[in-house]
Design a binder for this molecule. Structure first.
Ligand code: ADP
Length: 384
């Protein structure tokens, strides 16, 4: 794309959630026009994009028709109709990440096999079509407690994942096409976001550390930089870059990893799009993950991934026990704290643990950012 054409350029995005919203905002800085396809009426991206098309991004015809109206198509969610993207690509529409990458990533068993083929450290896995088959495999000694069971497709935010520790927990097994994998004794959960453009330029952000909310199985807060040794940091970066290269990726890729109690890194899963673990890049990095994704898919030079300042990112989740029109408590108190950046996604209705926004807390000192984040966590509440 020439620089001159940028304001005439129409970017299509499948999905109009918070990631679509922030991607659109990054594009508007360059005057990009963005069209979004999503089934929901009150999607976070709707008020900020130039065109909002209501429709199901899992439906072939809907995605195909939408794709024909844009110059380049990208995604904010992987659970979209890949058949339509393949047809669009064959007909000359640029689709990034590529449908071939999406085929590998959408099915967790295919993704796992791909990583194993690339000699990326991954726990052993098996695939199953029903809980009965898993019980048989346990009886035959092929699956041992504790293990993790995952839906092969369409799981997100921890829904679709079960950690099964003993016989007693077997009634919790998920139905349908699933995979099991060995349980990793996790010390830290890390994420590295890596970008690659079609010229083959690759850049990775420093690893961030994700701390989970055990009730919601969602990231509770995320700390940048991660507290890891330089050797682990280097290895995490190398793994992320190796995967991006092996995929021939164009765009950004979040590589979720586990650091186990022995100090070994394992790759958990991949997401070829802007990711929850990269929100803090908006304020704490030279280049936000959203701008970086646009640079990658438009084949511009990649931006610096250097960190300007340590940060803690807090997901603003709907408070347990409240459903209905959202009310934000404690906003003023939090805004009074230096370095607190509040993002409200604009979802009208709150539900327990629904992602309603996020807050990035900045400080020159990592420890002070953590202290401020703790105060913010106790003060801000989303109720109805
Ligand atoms: P989702 O796609 O829904 O985010 P993940 O595969 O990331 O699902 O799993 C959600 C969480 O489950 C992880 O963040 C981790 O805490 C736990 N988990 C997943 N796989 C394993 C594993 N092999 N060993 C231990 N814990 C795991």
């Amino acid at each position: 794309m020439t620089n001159k054409a940028i304001s005439d350029f129409k970017l299509g995005v499948l999905g109009g959630g918070q990631l679509g919203k922030m991607l659109t905002l990054a594009g508007s800085q360059w005057g990009l026009r963005t069209a979004i396809l999503d089934a929901g009426q009150d999607m976070p991206a709707a008020p900020v994009c130039q065109e909002f098309v209501q429709g199901d991004f899992r439906d072939f015809e809907t995605v195909y028709r939408f794709g024909k109206t844009v110059d380049l198509l990208t995604i904010e969610i992987e659970q979209i109709n890949i058949d339509a993207l393949e047809k669009l690509e064959k007909e000359g529409v640029r689709v990034f990440p590529s449908p071939a990458n999406l085929r590998v990533i959408q099915d967790k068993a295919v993704q796992t096999q791909f990583l194993i083929d690339q000699k990326i450290p991954k726990p052993d896995y098996l695939t199953f079509s029903s809980p009965a088959e898993i019980r048989q495999a346990i009886d035959a000694g092929k699956v041992r407690f504790p293990f993790v069971q995952k839906l092969r497709k369409f799981g997100y935010d921890g829904r679709g994942v079960r950690v099964i520790r003993s016989e007693k927990e077997l009634p919790q097994l998920l139905e349908g096409e699933t995979m099991t994998e060995d349980c990793v004794a996790i010390d830290k959960e890390l994420s590295v976001i890596v970008a690659r453009n079609s010229s083959g330029e690759v850049a990775a952000y420093p690893a961030v550390e994700m701390v989970f909310n055990p009730d919601a199985n969602l990231v509770d807060y995320l700390v940048c930089p991660a507290e890891i040794t330089p050797a682990i940091e280097k290895e995490a970066e190398m793994l992320a870059k190796k995967i991006a290269g092996a995929l021939n990726l164009i765009g950004i890729l979040a590589v979720e990893m586990f650091l186990d109690k022995q100090g070994k890194l394992w790759v958990n899963e991949l997401a070829p799009r802007p990711h929850n673990s990269g929100h803090q890049t908006i304020e704490s990095s030279f280049t936000s993950q959203y701008e970086q994704h646009l640079r990658a898919i438009l084949n511009f030079p990649l931006g610096s991934t250097a960190t300007k300042m340590p940060s803690v990112m807090i997901n603003l989740l709907g408070e347990a026990g409240f459903s209905g029109p959202a009310v934000y408590e404690g906003l003023k108190e939090c805004l009074a704290i230096e370095g607190v950046k509040i993002h409200i996604y604009g979802k009208k209705e709150t539900r327990p643990f629904r992602k309603m926004g996020h807050i990035t807390v900045l400080d020159f000192k990592r420890e002070r950012a953590l202290e401020k984040a703790k105060r913010v966590r106790q003060t801000i509440k989303v109720k109805a």
